[in-house]
Each structure stands twice: as C-alpha cells, then as structure tokens.
Design a protein around this ligand. Structure first.
Ligand code: GLN
Ligand code: ZN
Length: 756
C-alpha cells in the first residue's frame, strides 16, 4: 500500500533555518546565503522521504515564516502599509511577518493567531478595500520544479481557498463570500499552471472543514470547488483535511469530483463512523490519516491496523497518511543522547514516522502480519506496563472533592481585602514575568549544564541578574515587579524539569511561529513535586526591594498543553496531578512572603476543541477546575494573577471569569482590543491587564501610542479594574527596546493617571 506525508518540518533538524533567518535580520547573512540554505533544507527533507519510500511527498510545505503568509504573498495580498515601504520582496515579506521599524518607515506586523488547535501560529492575511486578489507569485511552482530537477515528483501543497478566506481579516462590512469569485480565478490559475507543468497531484488543505460550519460555508465550499475542479485537466486533486472529522460536510465533500480525499482518523473522532454511515466513492482514493502528526508516541500497530481494516471494507483505494503535517512534531530521535533506549523505543519523531508509514503500508496487506518482526516489536511496547507509576498521586487525585476547587472568601470580599493589603496606585503597572534572556544568561545556564560551574556559582549569577532587574524596574517606575525568570529556559520545560514524571529531549524543537521554536517536555509517567521550585529566587527578589514582587508559576493546563501528553491515561488525570504539584508551590510561595502570585495559563485556549459541542465535556470541565485547584487554598490577601497569550476568549469569557483569579493579563494589542467590549458586556469581575503593546515585534511603542490605548481601554473598563502591562513576557526581546518600551509604558500611565 502506498504512503503519503501531508507536510514535513522545515526549520531544520538543528534549527538551521531559524539561525540563518535571524542572522539575516541582523545583517550577518545575505539573502543569497539564506536562499541557498532553504534550498539545501528542502532537498534534504525530500530526500529523507524518498529514502523512506514515501509515495506522495509534499512540496511547498517549506516556508520562511508561515504558509498562510506565503499564500497572501502569492495572491497579491500585500497591505498598502507594507507596499509603501518599498522594500525588496523578501524584506517586505518579513515586514508583514514581524513589523518594520527603520529608515523606510514604521509599521506593525500582521496579526498572528493560533493555527486551529495547535501551538503553531499563522499570520492573519488582510484584505483591504483596494486589494486585488490575483496570482502574482511563483513559490509553489518554483519549489515543485526544484524537486523535479532533483528527480523527485512531489505533490505541491497549498492552503485551500475556503480556509484561507475564512481566516482572513476583511474590510468592515464585507463577507468572505464577496471575495469568492476573485479567489476562484486565482486558484484556477494555480491549478492550470500545475496542470501545464505536468504535476500529478496537488494537495489542497482545507482544515477549516473540521470546524463548525454554517449552511452558507458549505454552500461556499461547494461553489468554490464546483468552479475549480472542472478546470483541473489531468492534474489529480487531493482535498486534505486534518485536526478533526468533517461531520458537517462529509456527503458534500465526497460528492465532488476530487481524486483523493484526506481524512484524519487520529483526531477525527467521528471519521470512522462517517465512513461507515455514508461509504466512500469507489473512484476516489482515501488518504487515511492514521499516523499522529501531533504527538510523539509510537503508533500502536494493532489498533491502527484494526482501523485500516475497517476503512478497507468501505474504501477500495487507500493511501496511508499522516493525520496532519509533521510540522508539529520534532525532526528525529537520532540526535537525542539523554533519552534511555527504553524510552526511545516509545517515541517517533518526523523521520521515524516515515518508517512507521512504510511498515504499516507493508503490514496492512499482509495476511500473516502478526508474525511479522515489525509488528511483534511494536506490540511488545503495548503489552507490558511502563515504568513511572506513582500510586500516592493517583490516590490523591481520586480523593479530590468539590471543596478542593473553591477559593474562599469569594472574589468581591477578596478585592476589598487585597486593596488594603497591597495599597497599589490606580492603573498599576507591571510586566508579564520574563526579561530579556541575554547571551550572558544563556551562557551561565549552558556552563552549568556542562558542569563548568557549580550550582552555587550558577545561582549566584542568577541572583545578581535578579538584583539588577529589580533595580531596573524600580528605576523605570513599575509598580509590581518580577524577578525576570533568568533561571528559566522555557516556562514549561523549567517546571517539567523540577517535577517528577517528565522526560526531556535535547534537540526536539517544534516551530511555534516564524523563527521561534519550542521544545516540549514529554509527560512520561505520573507527576509529583519533591521540593519547592521557585521559592528561593522569588524570595531573594522580594528581599532586595520594598515594592511587591510577583511570584511566577506556570499553570497545570499550560504545562500539559505545551508538553507531549500521555496516551495511556486521560488528560484530566494528568492535569490534576500537575495541578496538585503546582498548588503546593503556590502555598510555599505564600508562606515565604510572596503576596502576589501569577500562574500563567498562556496556553489555556490552545486545546479548546474545535467544535463547540465538545468544549465542555472534552476540555473546559477539567481545564478550569485544574486552575482553581492550584489556588483554592491561598489566603484572601494573596493576589492571584494569571496570564494568557491571546485575547480570543470571547466565547469562553464566563469560563475565564470562573477561573476565579484576581487579575488576568492577556495579549490584546495585535487584535485591536476587540475583547474589551465583550468584557464589559459580560460584567467581567476579574481585574484585567490587556497588553498595551505588542512584544512579538521589536518596535518601540511611543508614549502617545500607549496613552491612546490606555484611554481607549478606560472607555470600557472601570479604572479600578485596569492594569497596565505589555502583551506577554519580554524574554525574546533585546534589552534596549525593552527598557525604552517600558519607560514609555510607565510615562503614558502616569500621564493618564494624573488626569483621573
Ligand atoms: N511569565 C512568562 C514570561 O513572561 C509568560 C510567557 C508566556 O505567556 N508565553 O515569559
Ligand atoms: Zn503570553
């Protein structure tokens, strides 16, 4: 049986692309060097798939930043503000991705949003009144031809027109349907061009089909493809869906003359049921997504073969596929030197998944499959118990009662008590926690990891950084200080390393956005805490200032969502185990004299199921309680903050309030503060700090700009409820821009304050 890969990671197995792009930003590498590296990476990735005998290999899955942004550029959707900079094409592209501040002008980046239910972020394309959607770029064709020259026939991948239009930002008062005919014309041209090049298969990604669709959406879908498909000639078209099932439109999809349809059987809970109910057209190929593109646990062949056997009863032509792009898993286990052999046996990253595809392809048609060595080896993993069980923790979770999730006294009473206890000015200013991780900070950590310095030296350096950071914040005039998080490589990895039950990789990076990658820990066994984690540094920070210092923790939902979760116990059980560990840390901080504690739930919304019907039962019913569990036992005087990295929680605003934090800060500047109307309409009780400037871009906001933002916020938010802070942590920013930005933030706040 043949095999297919939806997409391959592109950042490079040692993050070569990241480093080269960043060097290009700094002027240390030329555009030619960057283009050359990209070419080498593409060739390497194609060759790996060839070596693993993958039948359908993707091209145009490469990107310098993001595939949605690539599509915008391809279709001439460059907002005016970027055109006016008159930059070379590559720089214009990067200006859209990350903003531009220089001799040619000063513009913000495009908005950035989470890609469906992943931790990958795409850039939101903007359609302006004057935008003329048409095919102007050549990237997909160039990359297809590049592979062809290497002797590799690939299937180019493009973001589907419906997904693209539904994700785009439209001019006020416009609907996406109004751009349908323009987009159809552009995609007809793309199809014609590929047909002319002799391309055999084109993969069109429509992940939007796994979300809740309206009748109109389905109608648009049909109209678009009824117009596109007749023009395809000899080109085969694969409609690829992922991240769930297509329950709203299965019959509509299968009725259209696609040559192949890609269905996700990993996250698509109802995919098998849909197939059984409606069957599958005999003239089409079913690309069956059975290899998990999002998690790193080895595939259980017995289970997957059972699924494939069922699929076979309904579909005659099948290709074994990944469930989504492998972009969401790391490259390879080969560079991991610290995982034990026993652990490695349980994992597969992108490269190893290629082999799983091939093995499954061989096993599925083999009547003696259970005798096959690959099958037997695979099954040994799933028939024996894995190490890492902690019965004490399991019992604690089982014994949790309602009271463990309720903080008393209730919010209003706490608000009064905290006002007196903390005595903060109106519009208190603060930051989200981290300060720039400068090279000396990283050097100190790497020296310690390599054993070149001892723990005392390592800690001493961090304390010195903390003291400097506190002093800097005092000079800037911030009201609530932070210690700066210099000891943390990453907000999740740091806690994972200090808790029992996680395992870590060295090179298992996954792209989060642009050149930014994360290295998620793996939840291996039951989670517990043996000793305090953050108390020493927090206490030290508080000892060098009279201003309040916020303790800084990562919440259980985020720890779980930014790790590779287990597949052998439920997420609910895992998250409560983590919650109990963090709850102990909260109480230890409180006992050490830390009066404000921030528990970041940066990734809370990330795993919100794509379909509304699943929100509560599959997620919110345990995620919100997990946060409450963490702070339910603190004193009334202790102020609990939380932080989220997005503002699109309009639909779960009640649930966010029910987390029962005292203050919440969140990203808002990139999404035009739309959230504040919703806060008001819902009588949001929690105090709020909507980020007043964008930290994902290096540009420094002016006093005036921040002032206007604060004034705008004050039209909708009670002044007693408002906090002033940046969007997110400052870790990835340069020191200079951070200081300049924070000075402006404080000055702007003081100006507004003086007029209240
Ligand atoms: N406290 C963390 C920091 O400031 C929060 C980061 C995040 O929200 N992603 O870095
Ligand atoms: Zn954040």
């Amino acid at each position: 049986m043949t095999t297919s890969v939806i997409g391959y990671p592109r950042i490079g197995k040692l993050r070569e692309l990241k480093f080269t792009i960043e060097a290009y930003f700094k002027g240390e590498k030329t555009a030619t060097e960057l283009l050359q590296l990209a070419k080498t990476l593409r060739a390497t990735h194609w060759q790996q798939q060839v070596d693993n005998k993958i039948t359908y290999i993707s091209s145009n899955d490469f990107s310098f930043y993001d595939a949605v942004l690539d599509t915008a550029a391809l279709l001439n959707m460059i907002p005016k503000r970027y055109q006016q900079l008159s930059l070379p094409e590559l720089d214009q592209y990067f200006a859209m991705a990350r903003g531009y501040q220089g001799e040619k002008g000063d513009v913000h980046a495009l908005a950035m949003k989470k890609w469906f239910n992943t931790n990958y972020h795409y850039l939101v394309p903007e359609i302006e009144e004057t935008t003329n959607i048409k095919l102007t770029g050549t990237k997909p064709f160039d990359e297809y031809l590049e592979a062809k020259q290497l002797g590799i026939e690939t299937k180019p991948v493009i973001v589907g027109p419906l997904t693209f239009l539904k994700l785009a930002k439209l001019p006020a008062g416009k609907t996406y349907q109004q751009y349908q005919s323009a987009i159809i014309t552009a995609y007809q041209e793309i199809i014609a061009k590929f047909a002319q090049l002799g391309t055999q298969w084109l993969q069109i990604d429509e992940p939007i089909l796994v979300t809740d669709l309206s009748k109109q959406d389905i109608q648009s879908f049909e109209q678009i493809y009824q117009a596109l498909l007749p023009t395809k000639g000899k080109l085969n078209i694969l409609l690829q869906t992922y991240f769930g099932d297509i329950r709203d439109c299965y019959p509509n999809v299968t009725a259209l003359p696609f040559d192949g349809i890609g269905i996700d059987f990993v996250e698509g809970k109802e995919s098998l049921k849909l197939l059984q109910q409606h069957g599958f057209p005999a003239d089409k190929i079913l690309f069956a997504g059975v290899i998990n593109g999002k998690n790193i646990w080895r595939n259980n062949y017995a289970k997957t073969l059972a699924v494939l056997d069922t699929i076979k009863t309904k579909a005659s032509k099948i290709v074994i596929n990944t469930s989504c792009s492998l972009l969401h898993v790391p490259y390879t286990l080969q560079n991991e030197t610290k995982l034990t052999i026993a652990q490695k046996a349980y994992f597969t990253f992108a490269q190893e998944k290629l082999q799983e595809l091939t093995e499954l392809g061989q096993l599925v048609d083999n009547s003696q499959r259970t005798d096959h060595a690959a099958y037997k080896t695979n099954q040994t993993l799933f028939t024996r118990e894995r190490e890492g069980t902690n019965n004490t923790i399991r019992q604690k979770v089982a014994a949790l009662t309602k009271q463990d999730f309720v903080r008393l006294p209730e919010f209003n009473q706490r608000e009064t008590i905290q006002k007196q206890a903390l005595n903060l000015p109106l519009l208190p200013t603060t930051t989200i926690g981290s300060f720039p991780q400068t090279s000396d900070v990283r050097l100190n950590r790497s020296k310690f990891k390599k054993g070149e310095i001892n723990l005392a030296q390592y800690t001493e350096f961090n304390k010195q950084k903390i003291a400097e950071c506190i002093k800097l914040q005092e000079q800037i005039g911030l009201d609530v200080l932070v210690h700066g998080e210099f000891e943390r490589n990453d907000m999740v990895e740091y806690f994972g390393e200090s808790l029992n039950g996680f395992v870590f990789t060295e090179k298992a990076w996954v792209q989060s956005y642009g050149t930014r990658c994360v290295k998620p820990p793996i939840v291996w066994g039951d989670i517990s805490r043996s000793k305090p984690i953050t108390v020493e540094y927090s206490q030290y920070a508080q000892s060098v200032t009279d201003k309040p210092v916020k303790g800084m923790l990562t919440g259980p939902v985020t720890i779980l969502n930014w790790s590779f979760p287990r597949e052998d116990i439920s997420n609910k059980d895992s998250v409560f185990q983590i919650g109990l560990a963090i709850a102990d840390e909260v109480l230890d901080l409180e006992a050490a004299g830390i009066n404000i504690i921030q528990i970041d739930e940066a990734a809370l919304k990330e795993k919100l199921p794509l379909r509304k019907a699943d929100w509560h039962s599959e997620y919110l019913d345990w995620a919100i309680p997990a946060f409450r569990l963490v702070h339910s036992k603190v004193k009334a005087e202790t102020q609990i903050h939380t932080h989220m990295c997005y503002s699109e929680f309009t639909d779960i605003i009640k649930e966010i309030d029910q987390m029962d934090a005292d203050v919440i800060s969140f990203e808002a500047s990139r999404s035009n503060l739309e959230i504040i109307d919703v806060l008001k309409a819902n009588n949001f009780k929690t105090k709020v700090g909507p980020g007043v400037y964008d930290i994902h871009s290096p540009r420094v906001p002016s006093i005036d700009e921040i002032r206007k933002t604060i004034e705008k916020l004050l039209t909708k938010i009670d002044q007693k409820k408002l906090w002033i802070n940046p969007d997110c942590g400052l870790k990835t920013r340069g020191e200079k821009e951070v200081v300049a930005s924070l000075i402006n933030l404080v000055k702007a706040t003081q100006e507004v304050r003086s007029e209240l």
